[in-house]
Design a protein around this ligand. Structure first.
Ligand code: DAT
Ligand code: MG
Length: 150
C-alpha cells in the first residue's frame, strides 16, 4: 500500500469541481485518510515547490497556489502514487488526455486543477508538510478487501 498527497488547486475549488474530482479518486478505490480545506502560506508553498525554485514559472506558481483555498487529501491505496498521477493526466490541460482530471476539466498550462506526489520520497515529504499528527486517520473500510493488491 502507498500513500500520496493530492491537492485540489485554487482553480478546482473556485470553479466548483472539488466534489467531482474527489469522487474520481474515491471510485477508483483510493481511501481518504486525511482531507482539509486550507489556505497555503507563501512559506509552505516555497517548501512544497522547492524543486522548482529558480524556474521561470515559479513565482506565478506560488502566487497561484497561495491565492485562494485548496483541498488537501492524503490518499492510500495499491500503487496510489502512480494510479493518482494517471488519473490526473499530463501536466498541461491542453496536452492531457480526455478521461483524465486535467484532460476533462481544464485547458490551461498552469491552472491544472490538481497536484499529486510523484515518488514515494516526495509523498512522505509532502504529506508531512500538509498534515500534522492526528490529521491522518487509519481506519478500515468495508470495501478494503475488494481494493487490495491481490
Ligand atoms: P506536475 O504538477 O505534473 O507534477 P511539475 O511538477 O513539473 O508538474 O510542475 C509543477 C506545477 O508547475 C505544474 O503542475 C504546473 C506548473 N508548471 C510547470 N511547468 C510550467 C510551465 N512551463 N508553465 C507554467 N506552469 C508550469
Ligand atoms: Mg510535480
Amino acid at each position: 500500500m502507498e500513500r500520496t498527497l493530492i491537492l485540489l488547486k485554487p482553480d478546482a475549488v473556485q470553479r466548483g469541481f472539488s466534489g467531482e474530482i474527489i469522487a474520481r479518486f474515491e471510485r477508483k478505490g483510493l481511501k481518504i485518510l486525511g482531507m482539509k480545506l486550507m489556505q497555503i502560506s507563501p512559506e509552505l508553498a516555497a517548501k512544497h515547490y522547492e524543486a522548482h525554485q529558480g524556474k521561470g514559472f515559479y513565482d506565478g506558481l506560488v502566487s497561484f497556489m497561495t491565492s485562494n483555498p485548496v483541498v488537501a487529501l492524503a490518499l492510500e491505496g495499491h500503487k496510489a502514487i502512480s494510479v493518482c498521477r494517471k488519473l490526473m493526466g499530463a501536466t498541461f490541460g491542453c496536452d492531457a488526455e480526455p478521461g483524465t482530471i486535467r484532460g476533462d476539466f481544464g485547458i490551461s498550462n498552469g491552472y491544472n486543477l490538481v497536484h499529486g506526489s510523484d515518488s514515494p520520497e516526495a509523498a512522505a515529504r509532502e504529506l508531512e508538510l500538509f498534515f500534522g499528527a492526528g490529521e491522518i486517520l487509519e481506519y478500515g473500510r468495508i470495501d478494503d478487501p475488494w481494493n487490495a493488491a491481490e
